[in-house]
Design a protein around this ligand. Structure first.
Ligand code: HEM
Length: 409
């Protein structure tokens, strides 16, 4: 099958790009003005802006369900996966089965180490490098290896292109993508993963990756691990996971470049191998530019938000609900001095990886992977933005697309 894989992400019209840029530019100030009145209704949409309201949305899955099932079904060919399910026995069984595959913290260490090695090998001795592209290759290669999915034939980074396109289709926040545009990528990626499962099963080789561990459980009689369930899990982990760290790591780096003192602290921590300090700095940098301003939910029955307060608002069934995590992480009612850069904030201040039922499955990986992507760059003595426009973080919708950094040994 021939797919338009020359362009890493979906194409986007200049006017749409501009509209997103302006929207994202004004969003933090607008959110700060409107936050006292949260939750707000605009037509068929309710927006939760306060930290407490956002958590309330996430903690009420029976009312505010994740709206991902339909698009996920196009990707998986109708097979269910975590993010498309509401709480219940099917969701619980899937989560138990998949978390049972993890060998933590060893897996996180392995993925972080592999990704950092790929970044280090991809850095030029001197001159400019697009870190988003490099982080994408590193993350996809390291995560796919951990999952047990080989690279796809054809152009380099093909799997990363497929996965990133499908991530954009699934979660939005950029060019609008139709089912017809997404379908060939879904079919190609699904076929690739299914073949990887079939080949490994036929070979009968043992391997310490998620595919290998799944097949061992299958052979041991665990009924959850059918071939279809294994393929779907690997596919969805590839689509839902690795597209994100490259974008968020670039956002964090951009924020550090705006704060030379903190960039210097991060460089010092990276050179000293002080990962605890570096993790805190990177997590805090991400707070000023999270991956997405909001996560989507849909009210599947009548509900009320800000229950028990003067601000209580009815949310009729069918309402689209936006849980604005970026605004929540800037809410001075819960965070001490939210405008201050403070890497020592309590973990509860952060909502980067969601909260409640659908909280990120890859959170332990992320807590190693994101700062490890940055480490090889931060260990270089000279790290500045490339000259001109290429040295500014370019976004496609909400997502980081390109950021060139100029390096020297
Ligand atoms: C920067 C990195 C990442 C970010 C910011 C991130 C963020 C998130 C968020 C916000 C959610 C919740 C979505 C919602 O409630 O609507 C989520 C769920 C999920 N994430 Fe991540 N994620 C990242 C990396 C990963 C990785 C590396 C993996 C796996 C390899 C992964 C797998 C998943 C899965 C499977 C879910 C669904 C969990 C469920 O429904 O129970 N994520 N992620």
């Amino acid at each position: 099958m021939t797919l338009a894989t020359d362009d890493a992400l979906w194409p986007m019209r200049p006017m749409a790009r501009l509209a997103w840029r302006v929207g994202l530019g004004v969003a933090p100030a607008l959110a700060a003005c409107l936050r006292p009145f949260s939750p707000l209704r605009f037509g068929q949409t309710v927006i939760a802006l306060r930290h407490d309201d956002v958590r309330e949305v996430f903690l009420n899955d029976p009312t505010y369900a994740a709206p991902y099932a339909e698009r996920l079904a196009l990707i998986t060919g109708g097979q269910p996966f975590l993010l498309g399910l509401q709480d219940g026995p099917e969701y619980r069984a899937a989560l138990r089965a998949l978390r049972g595959l993890l060998d933590l913290p060893r897996d996180a260490e392995r993925v972080g180490r592999d990704a950092a090695a790929i970044v280090a090998a991809g850095l030029p001795a001197s001159g400019p490098v697009d870190v988003v592209g490099l982080f994408r290759r590193a993350t996809f290669d390291a995560v796919a290896r951990w999952l047990g999915v080989p690279s796809a034939d054809g152009p380099p980074d093909r799997l990363a292109v497929w996965g990133t396109r499908l991530f954009g289709f699934q979660f939005g926040g950029g060019p609008s993508v139709t089912d017809e545009q997404a379908r060939p990528f879904a079919e190609a990626m699904r076929a690739h993963v299914a073949q990887a499962v079939a080949v490994r099963k036929a070979a009968g080789t043992a391997a310490d990756d998620l595919l290998g561990r799944s097949l061992t459980l299958q052979a041991g009689g665990n009924p959850w691990f059918t071939d279809a369930a294994i393929s779907t899990a690997l596919l969805c982990l590839l689509v839902g996971g690795p597209p994100q760290p490259p974008m968020l790591a670039a956002n964090a780096l951009d924020q550090l470049l705006r704060r030379p003192d903190w960039l210097a602290r991060a460089q010092k921590a990276a050179c000293a191998g002080d990962e605890e300090e570096l993790r805190g700095i990177v997590q805090e940098a991400m707070r000023f530019d999270p991956l997405a301003p909001a996560l989507q939910r849909v009210a599947v029955r009548d509900g009320t938000l800000a229950v028990g307060t003067m601000r209580a608002r009815a949310v009729p069934a069918g309402t689209q609900v936006l849980a604005a995590i970026a605004s929540a992480m800037a809410d001075g009612r819960r965070l001490v001095d939210p405008r201050r850069f403070d890497p020592l904030r309590p973990a509860a201040d952060y909502l980067h990886f969601g909260h409640g039922l659908h909280e990120c499955f890859g959170r332990e990986l992320n807590s190693v992977l994101i700062h490890r992507l940055l480490m090889p760059l931060l260990q270089r003595p000279r790290l500045v933005r490339a000259a001109g426009a290429s040295g500014r973080l370019a976004k496609r919708g909400v997502h980081a697309e390109r950021l060139e950094i100029d390096l020297a040994l």
